[in-house]
Write a protein that binds this ligand. Structure first.
Ligand code: HEM
Length: 153
């Protein structure tokens, strides 16, 4: 009786030390979201600032933004919507509460050339912030399909 008890104690001690000596398992790292790779919401806000400045200086399309350009509060809200939209669309912890793209641009008569000009202004802002090609391509791939919702046929 005593010896089988000792055996049991030995066996469980052996088992326990086997468990202890097992290397700690490190969970596989989750792939980083585009939001994270862009540098987070603050970095997105910096790009949005530069983008809006580029649009304001772009004679091809800046007249369309006269309302927000002439109203500090409206401009702040507009930029916030852009940040929320990009943040949410790239997997970040934001909620976009603005209009959907069809409703937001309805009746503006936006052409392909307008859309291309705006994308050019965005790329300039992304380049200025040093966003790598891969992340730039991924963001443009998210925004590109929106063209169909706003450009006149
Ligand atoms: C991927 C491309 C685009 C995105 C992601 C985008 C995004 C947005 C967003 C989030 C809003 C605010 C919606 C709201 O008020 O709830 C907005 C408004 C607006 N967008 Fe766009 N847009 C794009 C392209 C364009 C283009 C090509 C033009 C014209 C050149 C344009 C002109 C405007 C104007 C004039 C407003 C209203 C600004 C105001 O409040 O007065 N957008 N857009």
């Amino acid at each position: 009786m005593r010896s089988s008890y000792s055996l049991l104690v030995l066996a469980s001690a052996a088992l326990m030390s086997a468990c202890e000596s097992k290397p700690a398992e490190t969970p596989p790292e989750a792939p980083k979201t585009l939001h994270e790779r862009l540098g987070g919401t603050a970095a997105i806000a910096t790009v949005v600032d530069a983008f809006v400045a580029n649009v304001a200086a772009d004679a091809r399309i800046n007249k369309r933004f006269a309302r927000v350009a002439g109203d500090t509060g409206a401009m702040r809200q507009f930029k916030q919507k852009l940040v929320d939209q990009v943040c949410a669309g790239t997997g970040g912890p934001c909620t976009y509460t603005g209009l959907d793209m069809k409703a937001a641009h309805n009746g503006m008569g936006i052409t392909d050339a307008d859309f291309d000009a705006l994308v050019e202004d965005l790329v300039k802002a992304l380049d200025g912030a040093g966003v790598p090609q891969k992340e730039k391509d991924e963001l443009l791939a998210i925004l590109g399909p929106m063209r169909a919702d706003m450009v006149i046929k």
